[in-house]
Each structure stands twice: as C-alpha cells, then as structure tokens.
Write a protein that binds this ligand. Structure first.
Ligand SMILES: Nc1ncnc2c1ncn2[C@@H]1O[C@H](COP(=O)(O)OP(=O)(O)O)[C@@H](O)[C@H]1O
Ligand SMILES: N[C@@H](CC(=O)OP(=O)(O)O)C(=O)O
Length: 455
C-alpha cells in the first residue's frame, strides 16, 4: 500500500486533477491520497493558500473581504465546472468559507489557521467527489476523524503520537482515502496548520502510521536535482539519496520537499519517492536510509537567503564559564532559535533566520548582551545567505573544503563563515546575499559540471 501526496501544482486545475486521477488509477496500491490546496497554474499565478491568507488578513482587520472571498471561490468553481461536477460542490465550499469567516477572531493565529486549512480541506472534498464521479470508490476523510492529532498552542505545531493508532486504521478502509494535507486538530478539537509547504508532513505522517511500503510525493519536477533548477541550468538529477542528505538539503533551500517531512518516514524506514505528476513514468528520486555511494562526494548544493548574524566580542570569552549558554538564553527569552554558532577564542557569532527578528527584539538583545554579559562589542549584520554542500561521502574526501573555497573565490565573493557539522555530511558557507547566485553556480561547476551523475 502506498501513500501519495499531490502538491499544489499537481492539483492547481481540472487538467492537473485529471492527471492525478490517472496516476491513482494506474496503480491499485495507491490507496491514501493527500492533497494540497490548488497551487500555481503558471509562474505569475497565486496559490489558493496565499489568496486565503489575504482573505483572512482583511477579515481580521474588520474590512469587507467579499472580493477576496469571490477570488477563492472562483478558483474552485472553475475546477469543479471543468471536471463536470454539478453546482453542489460550489455550495458546500462557499458555505464552509462563510462559516470559517464568522469564527471567533480573538486568537488571530487560530482564525488564520482555519482559513488557510480550508484550501486543502475543500480541495480534498472536491477531488473525492471527482474521483467518485468517474467511478472510483473514494472517500474524503477529515483529519479530525482520521486521527491527525497535533499539540496545543503556543508550541510549534507538531503531530502527537496518540493519534497514530487511529491513523493506522486508514489502511483498512475500503477504497481510496482522500485526506487534506497541511493541518490537524488538537485534543480539544482546535484546528492548527503546519508551516508553509506542510502537506508534505501530512503525507509522511500517514505513510508512517499506516506502515506504507512507499511514500510517493508528486510534484512538478522529474526528480530532485543537485541544485535549484531555477538558478542552475539543467542540473543533474539525483536518483537516490539518504534521509539525512535530503534533510540537510531541504533545510538549506531545496523547497521541493519540506524539511520537517522526513522524520516520520525516517523513523519507520518508509522509503520516499519524489515524482512528477506531469511525467509519472520518469524515475524520480528515491530517499532511503542508506545508499551505494559512488565516487561523487557531493550529492547536492543548496542556498538560502534571509539570515542575520549576531556578532559578540569579549576579551577572554574562552575562560568565562557559561558565556555561550547565557548568550543563547537571551535568544531563548526572545523565542528565537539559532542556526549556527561559529566561534573564536574571544568572539562568538550566532546565525539567525530574519523571520524571527523584529526591531524591538534586536534592540533588547543588543542591550542585554552589552549589559548582562558585559560584551566589548555586539552588533547585528543582515543580508546573509547560507550555501550548503551535502553528501554522505564528503567525510571521506580530502581537499573538498579547499575546492569549494577556491570555487567561491573565483566569483570574488568573500566567505563570512564556514561550518562543518560533526557528521560531516554537510559543509556550510555564509556569504553575502548579493553573491548567492554566482557562488551557487560556481560551486555547481566545480563539483558537477564535469562529473556524470553517479548517484
Ligand atoms: N534541488 C531542487 N530539485 C528540484 N526542485 C527544486 C529544487 N530546489 C527547488 N526546487 C523547486 O521546487 C519546486 C517543487 O516544489 P513545490 O513548488 O513546493 O511543489 P508542490 O506544489 O508540488 O508542492 C520545483 O518546481 C522547483 O522549482
Ligand atoms: N498549501 C499549503 C501547504 C502545502 O504543502 O502546499 P504545496 O504542496 O503547494 O507546497 C502552502 O501553500 O503552504
């Protein structure tokens, strides 16, 4: 039995949903289908989730949001009509959205979550209705009834193991299950969404709970490539990679698979296959526990921007017991996670994602580091990118850092930070954001251009 997740691009239009139906039809082991909200039909299009966010934002500030509501409804109406469904689905979706809009707005985050989740929820109902209309035995399952339990606010949303037993029963139900991605319910029945791209997580949770033989993640590319195909022209395909390699790469910018989605599949050793809805016969990328490593040390190179660095300098920092802990405590007090902490004897830098910083937080951190830790100097620098080389074989390869540094030097960019994790599966370079594209291309040329993909 397989669990298949179809991303936003795979369910963006009636034409795409017909491809999804063919894919399900062509393999009777494809039993549990997780769907996203309709995504982009072309590069200038807007995802339904983004339309829903605009709708919720308007509603939250008490403005008339009728035109935003109509935009969302129009997307579903067009799909339903082209799929030959009668108007009853449109009525169901409109009623559902109006009900959500009338929910309590006291907690804006929960109100927003409910609106965002409607994207996948209504799409799952619509796709189930379509599959039934073409003679397939398909049932929409609500995550509340299905057992997708998540923790309470204010903790970051995560699935609770208590729901697993119920989720496991999905494999015994008759026919095909159509399950909306991206959200679950707390024990008291409150809806919470995962973070953006989180339908990948739902698919992995279901695959793990039901002990699926395979988790297929259908998207709009033939495979995971060794570098972002929007930056590097025709990058090599990766045919097989380990969970650890994918985890490092999705963290570092391979948006094709959500960084939190690997853990459930990994814990139960469920293989994951990334496949293309538009070309389902293409081999795709298998993500497994172990792989035969060829001679190529680097499997992929990812880059992501949106980082800031907090620099702290204090003479004799190295002999001051607890300095690092107290510095990180200040960040914890501000609810800021950290990414890397490269350090010298008298200085320490903390790399943080910009999304966690505000002007007020920055000012409080600077003040406390100066006053409470008596630092000699402390400041923030913005506009950093992290470029990450990943590969299981990197740890056995000598001279790799030198090759990477030379490739970066060729672009004229200066390296702001180097970090190699203890597992040596990844090597991180901090650079200025303006240099990101050139550095990524130069590293790709160095490690892949002459090599045939041997992984
Ligand atoms: N290394 C990579 N390999 C493949 N795709 C990548 C990579 N890095 C970024 N992407 C992007 O990820 C996209 C697929 O992810 P996403 O847009 O979230 O799809 P979906 O709508 O199916 O969830 C691709 O179209 C591609 O532009
Ligand atoms: N629709 C949600 C969740 C999701 O996973 O979408 P997609 O499969 O299009 O990445 C989002 O846009 O974040």
């Amino acid at each position: 039995m397989k669990v298949c997740k179809f991303g936003g691009t795979s369910v963006a239009s009636a034409q795409q949903i017909k491809k999804v139906a063919n894919i399900i039809h062509s393999d009777s082991s494809r039993k549990i289908i997780v769907v996203s909200a309709p995504g982009k039909r072309h590069s200038d299009d807007t995802k339904v989730t983004d339309l829903l966010i605009l709708l919720a934002e308007k509603a939250l500030i008490g403005q008339d949001a009728e035109s935003e509501l109509q935009q969302v409804l129009a997307r579903y109406e067009e799909i339903a009509e082209e799929l030959g469904l009668d108007g009853s689905m449109n009525t169901v979706i409109e009623k559902d959205l109006r009900e959500r809009l009338s929910l309590d707005k006291e907690d804006p985050i929960l109100f927003m979550d409910s609106l965002k989740a409607s994207g996948e929820d209504n799409n799952a109902k619509l796709i189930a209705a379509y599959l039934q209309s073409i003679g397939m035995e398909a049932t929409y399952v609500c995550p509340k009834e299905g057992g997708l339990l998540v923790n309470e606010r204010p903790q970051r949303v995560q699935a609770l193991p208590e729901g697993e037993e119920l989720l496991a029963e999905l494999r015994n139900r008759r026919g095909i299950i159509v399950f909306p991605g991206f959200f679950g319910y707390t024990k008291d029945g409150t809806l919470r969404t995962f973070n953006r791209g989180g339908s990948d997580i739902t698919g992995s949770l279901l695959a793990a709970a039901t002990g699926a033989e395979l988790y297929e993640n259908f998207t709009d590319v033939d495979s995971v490539f060794s570098a972002n195909p929007n930056v590097v022209e025709q990058p090599c395909a990766i045919h097989t990679m380990t969970y650890r390699e994918m985890r490092e790469l999705s963290y570092a910018g391979f948006t094709v698979f959500h960084e939190e989605a690997l853990r459930p599949a990994f814990l139960r050793s469920i293989p994951v296959c990334i496949k293309n809805t538009n070309n389902p016969s293409a081999r795709g990328t298998m993500i497994v526990k172990e792989r035969e490593c060829g001679s190529q040390p680097v499997v992929g190179i990812a880059a992501d921007d949106g980082f800031s660095t907090l620099f702290v300098d204090k003479y004799l920092m190295n002999v001051e017991i607890g300095f690092g802990r107290r510095l990180l405590q200040i960040l914890e007090d501000e609810e800021i996670p950290f990414e890397h902490t490269p350090s010298g004897i008298d200085n320490m830098s903390v790399i943080i994602r910009d999304t966690f910083l505000t002007e007020e937080k920055e000012a409080r951190i600077l003040h406390r580091v100066k006053e409470d830790l008596d630092a000699d100097d402390v400041y923030f620098r913005r506009d950093y990118s992290m470029v990450v080389l990943v590969g299981e074989r990197m740890r056995d390869t000598t001279g790799l850092t030198a090759r990477a540094a030379t490739a970066i030097a060729k672009t004229g960019a200066s390296i702001q930070m180097i970090n190699q994790g203890s597992t040596e599966v990844s090597l991180v370079f901090g650079i200025h954001k303006k240099d990101e594209t050139d550095v990524l291309r130069s590293l790709y040329d160095e490690f892949f251009q002459t090599a045939i993909a041997r992984v």
